[in-house]
Each structure stands twice: as structure tokens, then as C-alpha cells.
Design a protein around this ligand. Structure first.
Ligand code: MRU
Length: 353
């Protein structure tokens, strides 16, 4: 059975949420079960669960866990909803760039508010159901992205990807790696080059893990090598995921993506984003308005707990960068491939959400 269908990255179990601990891969494969909203918030922060769609679903289940806890103390529905919204804001503050987190948490709050009854238990039930719906919908959406994306992969192509936009970054199947999976199902001569993706090495640790487990030929390269391989005609197409796409198509994704896009443009190599519509933030006009998460110094100064530099060196650690829309050949979504002019194609696609 393929890796991506063996286990969900994140799964609601009725009264708790189970997730793969991604900090342990590839050294071990472990899952954890969480019963408190605060535990989910911490799991998102320390990246036990990561990837824009996966943290969205984690956030959604985090709201349900908060509701279960609050329902044991609060009898007044108005106070209950007020406190639930506070917890929702707390969940949303854990990682600022990936808009799927805000989207999914807000979906839960909308569901809670639209419940007509006076009983708090009824709200809890609505949240459980809605969370599971969002969880299942994520996999369906990724399969649609995969099918649309497979059509733009040339026969026998070598696809470069950055970071991990795979089954591990979603509930299952993946966005960029969903495209890879669907393309490989049609043509098993395609190949993947995976950027290592410093500082946290999601490409090396997670992308190679899930693709090799699924038997998809994958070559690991370090981040600085992409220019060499593009210049030497060894990459045919780039497909990456996204954390937030502005209304004009400017796209935030893992740090280093912008560099890949620039090199791809210089060598006339198509550069695609694969993402669900829930990654698009139409309230943001362009990429300059996307908040970029800054993470701690140890991610840069250390590898596997060992320092790699002078202890007094300065560190700046932005987790994401923004690729301007002119470098993007297309945005592969569940409703089709959006093309420039993105302002129009995005506005049209959002009507189908
Ligand atoms: O910091 P991470 O590991 O959460 O960053 C993940 C990425 O940048 C992914 O490319 C993006 O979230 C899309 S995942 C389908």
C-alpha cells in the first residue's frame, strides 16, 4: 500500500487528535495523540505537524478540543463562544504565514456560531463533524490538484521541488507531491529532484522519505545546487507548494523558493505552484503584505543538535519568502490551473470555492 494512504498525517479520533510526529522522521516513525487545545498549539509551534494544509486541520481539531474542555465548565453559551474564540485566536497565532491555519480555524468558529440550538453539547458535535469534513475534504482536494497538475508534466520529466508539500504537509496525498504522485501513476519514467531545504531540511527528511517509500525515483540535492542542474538541462519543470497566495498571485512558500523561481526563469523552465484555494488570501493585495514568520537561531546555528558555526555569529531566520507573480507559470488548484493575469484568474476561481 502506498505510504500516503497507509496513514493520515492528522486524524480526528472522536475525542482526541492523532498526528505523525514529523520532527522524528526519518530517524523513527511515531504518532502522538493529543487531547488539549494547548497541546495542539504547541505541536504546530514546534512543527510536530507542519505544512500549510496540515496545520490548518490541526487548528480545526484544536478548536474542537478547546470546545470539549470548555463545555465541561461553561453553562452559558455566549460565554462559551467568547472563550472559544479566544482559544481560536491563540491557535491562529502559533504560525503567522500559512493562511490555511487561519482559514480552517475560522471555518470552525463560523460553524460554532451558526449552530442554532442553545445547548453547548450541540456546538461540540457540530465542531467534531465539521473538523472531520475538513480533514476528509483535504485529501479529495489534493487528488484533484494532482490530476490537473499531472497534465502539465512532460513525459519522462525531471521535476524539481522545494521543501515538503507532500502527504506529510497535508492530511494525505500532498499538493506539489500530489502532482508528482498523479504524474507518476500515468508515467513511471518521471523523476524528482528534492532540494534539501535548510534550515529544517524538510526536503531531505520528509520529501525523500515519502517519495522513496512510494517507490518514486528521487534525487536529493542541496539548496545551492539547483542552478547547476537547471543550467545543465537536468530539470524540466519546478512544482512547489504555497503557504499564502496574495490576490495578485504573489506566493509565499518555504525560504529558498524565490531563488529557485529566479533560476528557473533564467533558464526558461516552467515554475508551478500547487495549492488549494484555501491558501489564497484575497484580503491581501500583493506579496509585500504577507507576514513572514521569523524562527529561532538554533535552526540555523545547529544541525542535529550540533553547532556548525561560531557561537557569537549573528543570525536572521525568515522561514518563508515571496515569489512575485511574474515568475509563476501557473497555480495548480482543485478547480484547475490558474494562469496570468492572476488578479482575474484568482478572482474567478475564488467564486467556485
Ligand atoms: O515550515 P513548514 O515546513 O510548515 O513549511 C512548509 C512549506 O513551505 C510548504 O511548501 C507549504 O506549506 C505547502 S504544504 C502543502
Amino acid at each position: 500500500m502506498p505510504f500516503e494512504s497507509k496513514i493520515k498525517t492528522i486524524e480526528w479520533l472522536g475525542e482526541s487528535v492523532k498526528m505523525i510526529d514529523q520532527t522524528k522522521i526519518p530517524y523513527s516513525f511515531e504518532t502522538i495523540e493529543l487531547t488539549k487545545c494547548e497541546e495542539v498549539a504547541e505541536a504546530i509551534k514546534v512543527m510536530i505537524v507542519r505544512g500549510a494544509p496540515a496545520i490548518g486541520i490541526a487548528g480545526a481539531h484544536g478548536v474542537t478540543l478547546a470546545a470539549i474542555e470548555l463545555s465541561k465548565k461553561e453553562k452559558d453559551k455566549k460565554t462559551f463562544l467568547l472563550k472559544l474564540k479566544e482559544r481560536a485566536e491563540f491557535l491562529k497565532s502559533t504560525r503567522p504565514t500559512a493562511v490555511n491555519l487561519m482559514w480552517a480555524v475560522d471555518k470552525q468558529i463560523e460553524a460554532a456560531e451558526s449552530y442554532g440550538g442553545d445547548d453547548i453539547d450541540g456546538v461540540v458535535e457540530v465542531l467534531k463533524k465539521n473538523g472531520v469534513m475538513l480533514e476528509n475534504q483535504d485529501v479529495e482536494i489534493n487528488k484533484k490538484i494532482g490530476d490537473f497538475g499531472a497534465a502539465i508534466i512532460p513525459e519522462g520529466a525531471t521535476i524539481l521541488t522545494h521543501c515538503n508539500a507532500g502527504a506529510l504537509a497535508t492530511v494525505g496525498y500532498g499538493t506539489a507531491l500530489g502532482v508528482v504522485r498523479s504524474a507518476y501513476a500515468k508515467d513511471n519514467t518521471i523523476r524528482v529532484f528534492a532540494d534539501e531545504t535548510r534550515p529544517r531540511q524538510q526536503g531531505a527528511r520528509l520529501t525523500t522519505f515519502e517519495l522513496i517509500e512510494d517507490g518514486i525515483p528521487t534525487t536529493l540535492i542541496t539548496d545551492g545546487m539547483c542552478g547547476y542542474f537547471m543550467k545543465n538541462h537536468m530539470i524540466d519543470v519546478v512544482v512547489v507548494g504555497a503557504d499564502r497566495i496574495a490576490a495578485n498571485g504573489d506566493t509565499a512558500n518555504k525560504i529558498g523558493t524565490y531563488t529557485v523561481a529566479l533560476v528557473a526563469k533564467a533558464h526558461n523552465i516552467p515554475f508551478y505552484i500547487a495549492a488549494p484555494l484555501s491558501t489564497i488570501d484575497i484580503s491581501i493585495k500583493n506579496g509585500d503584505e504577507i507576514p513572514i514568520e521569523e524562527r529561532g537561531r538554533e535552526e540555523v546555528t545547529h544541525i542535529n543538535g550540533k553547532t556548525i558555526c561560531h557561537p557569537d555569529v549573528n543570525i536572521i531566520n525568515p522561514a518563508f519568502d515571496v515569489t512575485p507573480n511574474e515568475y509563476i507559470s501557473g497555480i495548480i488548484t482543485e478547480v484547475g490551473i490558474l494562469r496570468p493575469d492572476y488578479k482575474n484568474s484568482i478572482a474567478d476561481a475564488m467564486k467556485k470555492m
